[in-house]
Design a protein around this ligand. Structure first.
Ligand code: ISE
Length: 335
């Protein structure tokens, strides 16, 4: 089959990584069109690839030299752009969030269900990480017995001052929302956010760290330490506590070096390094499926559920209350 021609919309840090992935590491695809609000940045990315720049995102999606679309544009642009992909019948890999609110995310679920074919994949790359996949296999095989609880750690070394506690929920903890649903195979029904004293590097009024608690449909509890200004490195850990055992991933046990009377290893500095292989595997899976006119992986429903839980989480952060989640109807076609 000929190469899949991909339009990449948004070439900031994540989009540029995806362009590189498509051009150098993923088989069967090439970037044909680049779009970004910053046209100079788009030109710089497109030039070495022999790709063209399209300044109008909708035109980029509809273009005849585009078979599939990758959205790394800002979250507020996703609703219109994903709907344009559905309209054009083109597979799309959309970075989280699927959209900015529950109603528009649910509308995408319904629009795709009416088409009768999956075209939307949401960029929850952890599902393609080897450790997460192994943990899920272990749970599905029943090796831990029934999972009872999960403990998660999500730490970033630093974020800009503009990164509020609400953003930590919607932009960072969103990954634990998806991991919880992916690993435990059920929906989250309530969320609570507890705020200990903040680190001195957090701007006044920002709660960092936070302890977030999810309750699932069957009554399992998942706690998440969200700490985005540790000043240390990028750390993402997950421990599942089951009836017959416990399993932990994310221990960064790579090279252990002993030198000058000390021993230790290295921790990835950021998410692109920690999850680089997962991003590439996600892209390869997208390209392979898009070549056959569909997609797999995290679905529009998964994207919608994450938007709904994060909206409740943002409310829990700002009110200090436990907030329940009631998901909208799930079309049969999405099950
Ligand atoms: C970023 O957008 C990500 O997706 C990272 O995985 C997360 O750790 C980080 O906090 C987010 O800002």
């Amino acid at each position: 089959m000929s190469e899949l021609r991909v339009a990449v919309l948004g070439v900031g840090k994540m989009g540029a990584f995806h362009v590189d992935s498509l051009s150098r590491r993923v088989r069967g695809a090439r970037v044909s069109v680049v779009n970004d609000v910053d046209t100079d940045r788009a030109e710089q990315v497109a030039a070495p690839l022999d790709a063209r720049v399209e300044t109008d995102p909708t035109a980029a999606i509809a273009a005849t030299d585009v078979d599939a679309v990758v959205l790394a544009s800002p979250g507020f642009a996703h609703e219109k752009q994903v709907l344009a992909c559905l309209e054009a019948n083109k597979p799309v890999l959309c970075e989280k969030p699927l959209t900015m609110d529950e109603a528009s995310a649910h509308a995408i679920v319904q629009a795709e269900a009416e088409l009768g074919r999956r075209l939307v994949q949401v960029g929850f790359m952890r599902r393609y990480d080897r450790e997460y996949a192994a943990l899920r296999d272990l749970i599905v095989a029943g090796d831990l017995g029934s999972p009872l609880m999960m403990h998660c750690v999500h730490r970033n070394p630093a974020v800009p001052d503009s990164f509020t506690s609400e953003m930590a929920m919607a932009d960072s903890v969103v990954h634990e929302v998806d991991c919880t649903r992916f690993l435990l195979g059920e929906e989250i029904v309530a969320v609570t956010a507890l705020k200990p004293g903040a680190t001195s590097s957090a701007p006044s009024g920002t709660s960092d760290p936070m302890l977030v608690l999810f309750e699932t449909e069957s009554g399992r509890l998942v706690d998440v330490e969200s700490f985005v200004r540790t000043g240390v490195a990028y750390e993402v850990r997950t421990e599942v506590v089951g009836e017959n055992g416990m399993a932990t991933i994310g221990l960064d046990q790579n090279l252990l070096l002993r030198r000058e009377g000390r021993w230790g290893g290295r921790i990835a500095p950021d998410f692109v390094e920690r999850f680089g292989a997962a991003y590439d595997a996600q892209m390869q899976a997208f390209v392979d499926a898009a070549g056959t006119g569909t997609v797999g992986g995290p679905s529009a429903w998964d994207g919608y559920a994450a938007v709904a839980v994060c909206a409740a989480g943002v409310e829990a952060v700002s009110t200090g209350r436990r907030v329940e989640i009631r998901l909208g109807d799930r079309p049969e076609a999405t099950r």
